[in-house]
Design a protein around this ligand. Structure first.
Ligand SMILES: C[S@@+](CC[C@H](N)C(=O)[O-])C[C@H]1O[C@@H](n2cnc3c(N)ncnc32)[C@H](O)[C@@H]1O
Length: 261
């Protein structure tokens, strides 16, 4: 029932599956080891995307940032914190145009939740990547505006969230005191680390944090490991914490999560 709901409302039933050819190509690329060189990995990604017909997954009506498996995971994880009545509000670090924020807001609305959604973004695009971030994105990519986020919410007839513009390290002071769910999507090592520093101490017991682009090739060899700084930031942050990031299947586009102990 829940997954039918997700596909109907978030995807219009037009889900495009990854083909057999795609599976074979991905396996060959992974076996060859070229993914270790990020520049080559990116070039191969572009070629594979052309072979797939240019479109790797079905978009949600709110935007093109996630595949359907990621949206299903998001849905069930948000529902969990609502069902268990975990204390606190919801936050997204790196909301861009609100493609995922709209989905979170819709889940809140459909569950008659009074919890609030807080969104954070520079709205100046990505900061400078560090050496561990690879070559998938560069400074200034993904620039957008707060007005685009608001327009996306109005288009979907959803109450407006609280939006905080600026670099995470300067805006984490505006995070809610208690957090029940966090979505981290800052792409780069420093952005994920800054997000964890702000979000982790505010998470209630049982709260969930979903981290986009977290890829552990040892566990998920089919995941596209395009933003290796994300896992590195998590490894460094959790080195002295009791929680560990759990891999959760989401097709080619990886993510992981942890539950606050
Ligand atoms: C991949 S996009 C987010 C997509 C969005 N979560 C979604 O699912 O629709 C990454 C966003 O993070 C923002 N960002 C990355 N690092 C940041 C930082 N250190 N401070 C503020 N914003 C940052 C970028 O501006 C960009 O809009």
């Amino acid at each position: 029932m829940d997954n039918f709901y997700i596909v109907r409302f978030f995807d219009d039933w037009k889900v495009k599956r990854v083909s057999y050819l795609d599976h074979v190509l991905t396996r060959l690329v992974n076996m060859s080891g070229v993914q270790k060189n990020l520049r080559t990995a990116h070039a191969i990604d572009v070629i594979l995307s052309r072979i797939r017909g240019g479109r790797e997954y079905q978009f949600a009506s709110s935007g093109d940032m996630t595949n359907v498996e990621q949206r299903m995971n998001l849905y069930h994880l948000v529902r969990q914190v609502l069902a268990y009545n975990v204390e606190g509000d919801l936050v997204e670090m790196g909301c861009n145009e609100g493609a995922t924020s709209v989905l979170i807001a819709r889940i809140l609305k459909d569950n008659n939740s009074e919890k609030k959604l807080f969104l954070f973004d520079s709205f100046e695009g990505l900061p400078s990547p560090s050496l561990v971030d690879g070559v998938s994105f560069k400074i200034g990519d993904l620039v957008t505006t707060e007005d685009n986020v608001r327009a996306n919410f109005r288009k979907h007839n959803l109450p407006l969230p609280e939006i905080h513009k600026g670099w995470f390290k300067d805006t984490i002071q505006w995070l809610p005191e208690k957090i029940c769910f966090a979505y981290l999507d800052g792409d780069f090592y420093d952005s994920i680390l800054d997000s964890l520093v702000g979000v982790y101490p505010r998470m209630s017991k049982g709260a969930i944090c979903l981290i986009d682009d977290y890829c552990d090739p040892g566990v998920n060899p089919n995941g596209l490991n395009r933003l290796p700084g994300v896992k590195k930031a998590c490894d460094d942050f959790f080195a002295d914490k009791p929680e560990k990031i759990e891999f959760i299947y989401s097709g080619h586009y990886p993510h992981g999560y942890f539950r606050k102990l």
